[in-house]
Design a protein around this ligand. Structure first.
Ligand SMILES: Cc1cc2nc3c(=O)[nH]c(=O)nc-3n(C[C@H](O)[C@H](O)[C@H](O)COP(=O)(O)OP(=O)(O)OC[C@H]3O[C@@H](n4cnc5c(N)ncnc54)[C@H](O)[C@@H]3O)c2cc1C
Length: 296
């Protein structure tokens, strides 16, 4: 098999890729980890649901992980992967080089769909959230506005009412809410406003959302329901099997895609996108790849 001597190339230094790297490196395997920087985990200001870490930030988790993989001899390169090709093993290309290995782990995560609302960055991850599993708890007992465009926002509003706070206003553009859904909201005493959000208000703390028509809706916290898209453009040449309307990669119980020896973790596959879940999948994939290397 053509190879640069790498046993495995890992794409993405989130919790999934880093944990796969730790496991493989601790079998003394030759591992290359390519990461372009940024990433979803780095946006998380507070992670409070990761066993053993009472509170940390995504940045701290990732930076500690990068130090940890380097200490076990993983080669870490700050490069953006542009393509993966499969031909008797894999060739992974970046602007700086082409790297080969018999196994590839794709752990490139996802990117949030963020609406163009003024002053979003000021409050993002502090009082404006996107993930109920991650930050729903932070809205407990607070005045909450939910912004979205689809029925997913309605389901989110009903769920958040059960779990976190009685004071919820759902804002959606006109024409997006079927009558039966409006009844559901009314039954649950969830306020509903038609409108387009324009700006987040408050300094230093969030105090409300201003709509394009000038109305202001007071709130302390906001949940955005616009979904996310997986970072998989570099896999376009591989014709991988997909699920969830093409939005996710199909994988088996080893996180292996429809292409043998190509594994996908975290947000790329169906399931909940959580740091500890991605890390668990990374550990599982690292062990599985090592088993296969032993059998070569
Ligand atoms: C605001 C916010 C708060 C969150 N809070 C929590 C929380 O409290 N608890 C929790 O469990 N989860 C939380 N999450 C979710 C969590 O961060 C991720 O879902 C989870 O860590 C998955 O990690 P991952 O390894 O799959 O990918 P990611 O962490 O997204 O990492 C992927 C990496 O791949 C890199 N990459 C992408 N494309 C390429 C390419 N072409 N070439 C090279 N590198 C590439 C990216 O730059 C990034 O470094 C939060 C997410 C956000 C956005």
């Amino acid at each position: 098999m053509p190879s640069d001597g790498y046993d495995c190339i890992i794409i993405g230094a989130g919790p999934g890729g880093l944990q796969a790297a730790i496991h493989l490196a601790r079998y003394n395997r030759q591992v290359l980890l390519l990461d372009q920087g940024g990433g979803r985990t780095r946006h998380a200001l507070h992670l409070e649901n990761y066993l053993g870490l009472e509170i940390t930030s995504g940045k701290e988790l990732v930076e500690t992980g990068i130090r940890q993989i380097k200490s076990f001899g993983v080669e870490f390169r700050r490069e953006q992967v542009s393509s993966v090709q499969s031909d008797h093993g894999f060739t992974v290309s970046t602007a700086q080089g082409r790297y080969q290995a018999p196994y590839v782990v794709v752990s490139s995560g996802a990117s949030e769909n963020l609406p163009p609302i003024r002053r979003l960055n000021r409050f993002f991850s502090r009082s404006i959230f996107t993930c109920v599993d991650c930050d729903g708890y932070r809205t407990t007992g607070k005045q909450l506005v939910i912004l979205g465009r689809s029925q997913a926002a309605v389901r989110l509003a009903v769920a958040m009412k059960q779990m976190f706070t009685p004071d919820i206003t759902l804002v959606m553009p006109a024409g997006r809410l079927p009558d039966d859904q409006a009844e559901l909201l009314a039954e649950d005493e969830i306020k509903f406003r038609r409108g387009e959000p324009e700006e987040f208000l408050g300094d230093p703390d969030l105090t409300g959302v201003k709509l394009r028509d000038g109305r202001e809706i007071p709130c302390q916290v906001v949940m955005l329901s616009y979904g996310y898209r997986i970072n998989d453009a570099f896999l376009a040449g591989l014709a991988l099997e997909r699920v969830a309307g093409g939005q996710k990669l199909a994988t088996d119980h080893h996180c292996e895609t429809s292409l043998k020896n190509l594994f996908a973790l975290g947000a790329l596959k169906p399931g909940n996108a959580q740091a500890i879940i991605a890390a668990g999948q990374g550990a599982m994939v690292g062990i599985e790849i090592n088993q296969r290397l032993l059998e070569l």
